[in-house]
Design a protein around this ligand. Structure first.
Ligand SMILES: Cc1cc2nc3c(=O)[nH]c(=O)nc-3n(C[C@H](O)[C@H](O)[C@H](O)COP(=O)(O)OP(=O)(O)OC[C@H]3O[C@@H](n4cnc5c(N)ncnc54)[C@H](O)[C@@H]3O)c2cc1C
Ligand SMILES: *[C@@H]1O[C@H](CO)[C@@H](O)[C@H](O)[C@H]1NC(C)=O
Ligand SMILES: *[C@@H]1O[C@H](CO)[C@@H](O)[C@H](O)[C@H]1NC(C)=O
Ligand SMILES: *[C@@H]1O[C@H](CO)[C@@H](O)[C@H](O)[C@H]1NC(C)=O
Ligand SMILES: *[C@@H]1O[C@H](CO)[C@@H](O)[C@H](O)[C@H]1NC(C)=O
Length: 518
C-alpha cells in the first residue's frame, strides 16, 4: 500500500475560500482510502499530541524528549486526513508511557485552520499542509522558522510521505535503526548510547523527578506516614525543598511541607498497624503533586533499562541522592546525611537494600563535616553496592545486559579520578582513587550537568505564588513556631535556612487567613 502515490499531499494552500476548499476536497479525494479500512476499527486515542497557541510553548519547553516533530495541518485538508494514520504509526513508537521508545522524540500536530493558531503557524512560515518540522523542543518553544534562514536548529522534513519514509528520515538524522515493527523492550539497540558522554546525565533530571514522585506515591500507597516516620519524612522534604535539582520538585515539596500538619496531623496518625484514619491521607493528597502535574510520566530516560524489570526507580533514587549530596552546603552535610539515611531506612521498600544501606550509615563514626565528606561517602557506599551486585547479578542472571554493574566512574568518564594506571589491578579493591578529582567530578556531573532545563513558563502552582518571590519577603515577620512539623523545621534550620524561613512565612500567612475567616 505504500507504493500509492499521494498527489495531494503537499498542496500549497495559502488562502483558501470555502469554494476552493470544496473543490480541493472533491478533486483530491483519494480513490481508495486506506482510512476507511482503519476507520472501521475502534480507534485508539491519538499518539501525537495536538497543540494550540495556548499550550504550544509550554508543552514543548517542558518536554523531556530530545527532539520534537511538529506537523502543521488543517482539519479540512483531505491530504492531511490521509496522512494522519501514517504520522500516528510513527508517533506510537515515541509518544507516551506505552511507547516503544519513550522520551526521545515528541510528536505533535497543530491545526492551522483554527483562527487561534494563525499567528503560531505564521511564526513557522507554514506554506503547505501537511508540513513537518524537526528540532529540539526548546527551539520550537521560543522559536520560529523561516525557510530562507540558513542557520536554524529547526529543519523541515522533506520526505515524510509515509510512515516508513518519515522513520527513515529520522534514522538518518539520528544514526538510529528504529523500525515500525519494534516492540517494547525487544529492540533496544536502536539509539547509539555513548556511556562516556558526560552530557547524558543532564537528561536524568527527568528521572529524578520521576523517582521523587514515585517515592512519594509509594509512601502514600503503603500508608507509611506514622508517628515515628513523620519526622524523618519532614526532614527529607526539607532537604528536597532546598536542594532538589528540579525547580518544580522544590516547589512541590515546599507545598507539601507547608501543609504537612493539616494533611497528617500528628494526633491522628496511627502508631501501630491499625490505620483507621488513613482515608484522610488520600483525600489530602488531592491537589498535591510533588513535582507538578506533568509527573509521573510513566517512563524513564537516563534510567531506562533494556528490560522491563531492570533499572528505573532505584536508579532514579540513586541519582536523586547523589545530586542532593553535592548540593548541600558544608554546614548542612551531616544533617543531610542523617536525612538521607533515615529516609532510605524508613521509606525504601527493598528490605535488603535498606538494611545494607543502614549498616553503611551506622558505620560512620565521626560527623561528616563537609560537602566533600558527604559526596564521597555516598559515592563509596554506592560502589560497595555495585561491587556486591556485580557478582550477585551474574550468578542470578538478573543483570541488565546493556548496563552491567561497574565500579564507577569508569575511566572513559573520568580518567583523572584514577591515580596509577591500573593495568595490573583487576579487582576493585586495588583501585587507587584520586579522591579530590572524584569529588570534583561528582560536583560537575551531579551538580552542574544535572539541572532543570525547562523554563518555568507555565504556572502550575495552585495559588500562583512563586517560592522565589516568597523567599525574598522581608524577614521582619518573626515567626512563632506552631505545630510539631514546624518545630522540627526550625530545629533543623541547619539546612535549608530559606526553606525553613519560607515554611514559617507560609504558616503565618495561613494562620492569618484562618483567623480572618473566623
Ligand atoms: C540506597 C539504595 C540501596 C540499594 N541497595 C541494594 C541492594 O542491597 N541490593 C540490590 O540488589 N539492589 C540495591 N539497590 C538497587 C541497585 O543499587 C540499583 O539501583 C539497581 O540495580 C539498578 O541499577 P542501575 O544499573 O540502574 O545503576 P544504579 O546502581 O542504580 O546507578 C544509577 C546510576 O548512577 C551512576 N553511578 C553508579 N555508581 C555510582 C557511584 N558509586 N557513585 C555515583 N554514581 C554512580 C551510574 O551512572 C548509574 O547508571 C539499592 C538502591 C538504592 C537507591
Ligand atoms: C488548546 O488545547 C488544550 C489542550 O488540548 C485545550 O485544553 C484547550 O481548550 C485548547 N484551547 C482552545 C482555545 O481551544
Ligand atoms: C562519546 O563521548 C565522548 C565524550 O563526549 C567523545 O569524546 C566520544 O567521541 C564519543 N564516542 C562516540 C562513539 O560517539
Ligand atoms: C512489564 O511489567 C509490567 C508491570 O510490571 C507487566 O504487566 C508486563 O507484563 C511486563 N512486560 C514484559 C514484557 O515483561
Ligand atoms: C570532622 O571534624 C571532626 C573534628 O574536627 C573530626 O574529628 C572528624 O574526623 C571529622 N570528620 C570527618 C569525616 O573527617
Amino acid at each position: 500500500m505504500l507504493s500509492h502515490n499521494f498527489p495531494c499531499l503537499l498542496i500549497l494552500v495559502l488562502l483558501v475560500s470555502p469554494v476552493l476548499e470544496a473543490s480541493v476536497i472533491s478533486q483530491m479525494r483519494p480513490r481508495r482510502s486506506i482510512l476507511r479500512y482503519l476507520g472501521d476499527e475502534i480507534e485508539p486515542p491519538d499518539a501525537a499530541v495536538e497543540l494550540n497557541s495556548t499550550n504550544f510553548d509550554a508543552v514543548l519547553s517542558n518536554s523531556p524528549a530530545t527532539y520534537a516533530i511538529v506537523e502543521f495541518f488543517a482539519h479540512w485538508c483531505p491530504a492531511c486526513r490521509n496522512y494522519k494514520p501514517q504520522y500516528e504509526n510513527v508517533a506510537r513508537l515515541f509518544n507516551g508511557p506505552e511507547a516503544v521508545h519513550p522520551g526521545i522524540i515528541l510528536m505533535t500536530r497543530v491545526d492551522c485552520a483554527w483562527k487561534m493558531n494563525t499567528n503560531l503557524c505564521d511564526r513557522f512560515s507554514v506554506s503547505r499542509y501537511p508540513m513537518l518540522l524537526w528540532g529540539p523542543p526548546i527551539k520550537f518553544a521560543s522559536g520560529k522558522w523561516d525557510p530562507k534562514q540558513e542557520k536554524n536548529e529547526i529543519h523541515s522534513i522533506d520526505d515524510a510521505r509515509t510512515a516508513e519514509r518519515l522513520l527513515n528520515w529520522i534514522n538518518k538524522k539520528l544514526g538510529s535503526s528504529f523500525s515500525l515493527e519494534d516492540e517494547k523492550y525487544e529492540n533496544e539497540n536502536t539509539l547509539p548510547w555513548n556511556a562516556s558522554d558526560p552530557e547524558l546525565i543532564s537528561r536524568a533530571v527527568y528521572d529524578v523527578e520521576e523517582a521523587t514522585t514515585k517515592a512519594f506515591e509509594i509512601i502514600l500507597e503503603h500508608k507509611m506516614i506514622k508517628l515515628d516516620t513523620r519526622s524523618p519524612l519532614i526532614k527529607f522534604l526539607q532537604l528536597l525543598v532546598a536542594h532538589h535539582p528540579s525547580k518544580r520538585c522544590r516547589k512541590g515539596s515546599a507545598d507539601i511541607l507547608v501543609n504537612f500538619d493539616d494533611l497528617w496531623p500528628s494526633g491522628l496518625l496511627p502508631t501501630g498497624p491499625h490505620a483507621a484514619s488513613i482515608s484522610k491521607e488520600r483525600d489530602g493528597l488531592k491537589g498535591f503533586w510533588i513535582c507538578g502535574k506533568e509527573v509521573p510520566r510513566g517512563y524513564w530516560i537516563f534510567c531506562r533499562g533494556s528490560k522491563n524489570e531492570t533499572r528505573g526507580f532505584s536508579c532514579g533514587l540513586w541519582v536523586l541522592l547523589h545530586s542532593l549530596s553535592v548540593r548541600v552546603g558544608d554546614g548542612e552535610s551531616h544533617s543531610a546525611f542523617t536525612a538521607i539515611c533515615d529516609f532510605i531506612h524508613n521509606f525504601f521498600l527493598c528490605d535488603e537494600c535498606r538494611q545494607h544501606f543502614y549498616e553503611m550509615c551506622l558505620s560512620v563514626s565521626t560527623p561528616l563535616n563537609t560537602t566533600r565528606d558527604l559526596g564521597l561517602w555516598l559515592w563509596r557506599a554506592h560502589n560497595k553496592v555495585n561491587e556486591r551486585l556485580m557478582i550477585e547479578e551474574k550468578d542470578m542472571k538478573t543483570e541488565d545486559p546493556r548496563f552491567p554493574k561497574t565500579i564507577w566512574p569508569p575511566k572513559q568518564l573520568c580518567n583523572q579520578c584514577y591515580f596509577a594506571p591500573s593495568s595490573k589491578s583487576h579487582g576493585a579493591a586495588l583501585l587507587d582513587w584520586n579522591e579530590d578529582e572524584v569529588f570534583k567530578f561528582l560536583v560537575k556531573y551531579y551538580g552542574e550537568n544535572l539541572v532543570s532545563s525547562y523554563k518555568d513558563s507555565v504556572s502550575d502552582s495552585r495559588d500562583g505564588e512563586s517560592i522565589v518571590d516568597d523567599m525574598a519577603v522581608s524577614t521582619n515577620a518573626v515567626a512563632v513556631p506552631v505545630g510539631a512539623a514546624l518545630a522540627i523545621a526550625l530545629a533543623s534550620c541547619a539546612f535549608g535556612a530559606l526553606a525553613c524561613f519560607w515554611r514559617t512565612q507560609q504558616k503565618n500567612r495561613k494562620q492569618r487567613k484562618n483567623l480572618s475567616k473566623t
